[in-house]
Design a protein. Sequence first.
Length: 366
Amino acid sequence: MKIIAQLSRIFVGILFILSGLVKLNDPMGFSYKLEEYFSEAVLNIPFLAPYAVGLAVTLVIAEVLLGVALLIGYMRKLTITLLFLMIVFFTFLTFYSAFFNKVTDCGCFGDAVPLTPWGSFTKDIVLLILILIIMKYNQVIKPIFSGKINNIIMILSLVLCSFMGYWVLNHLPLKDFRVYKVGTDIVKGMEIPEDAPKAVYEITFYYDVNGEERKFSDKELTKLPEGAKYLRREEKLISEGYQPPIHDLTMDRDGIDHLSMMMAEPKLVMLISYDLTRADEKGLEAMKDFANKAIVKGYVVAGMTASNQDLIESVVSKYKLPFDYYTCDGTTLKTIERGNPSIVVIENGIIVEKKHWNDRESVNLK
């Protein structure tokens, strides 16, 4: 069992480091998942939502540090105890989302490795078992280096993780794993192949037959009893059909979707603020000059938000923005870009550049 405990130590340590670094690459994405958990529809603790970003960064840095500490044998008992508490916490979240089907992706590995709710729960159960083994045979975990070197490794890990978190929050993820990454052809991403599998439903029809409610399948409708009166129908999804990578992007304005027209533009700039109430004020101020610069270069500039029309008009008036806003689902906009606001440059429907508003001066406007 000592060998199993050592192997468990290595596996758990490496997995915690990788999982933490992937989420640290995109802490905003992880914070959105936490907000889903905090919502009234899930855990009903919405008062924590404003702290989601801070909690996300703290949790992922702790995840990396605990993985490093386990591998080098740093503060053995404290490390193992914190690992146990963290995995119990995540196991509860993944079980809750799987059993009640509330959050369809836990965000365990960010967008790099999407997991189903039950897949996430299974992963956490395996980790929980391995950590319990480590707890039972914790004596086999010895410091790899001297106390001074171990301290230096932990301090360096904390500094590097903190810098990485600060960088990606003020710029963009170092690696974009999302479907809207640079090089994506939006139009092609929305296409459905002719031979693509279609969704299969089981349809049940309910009829009143001589005062008694009876159900019939769609194949039995030609053999209904005489005098049967239709009541209702129910549909049950048996298998999902093909869903294109990009399936929920719209550019609505005045009740009309302008997406097709905009994707045909040779030079388009999208300025994305999924929620204008949470947009950085300095960023919105900067968008005025940036938009004017883009317009002079021949770009069509379009704002993108999920905010209501009254708020849009207020923001446009306050910051004197020289472009119109189009509306889209907030989740879609958060998937496209993490910054608020952010800049997406599109040429003939293909994403050629994405920047945080802090990096607006480096955008290559041709």
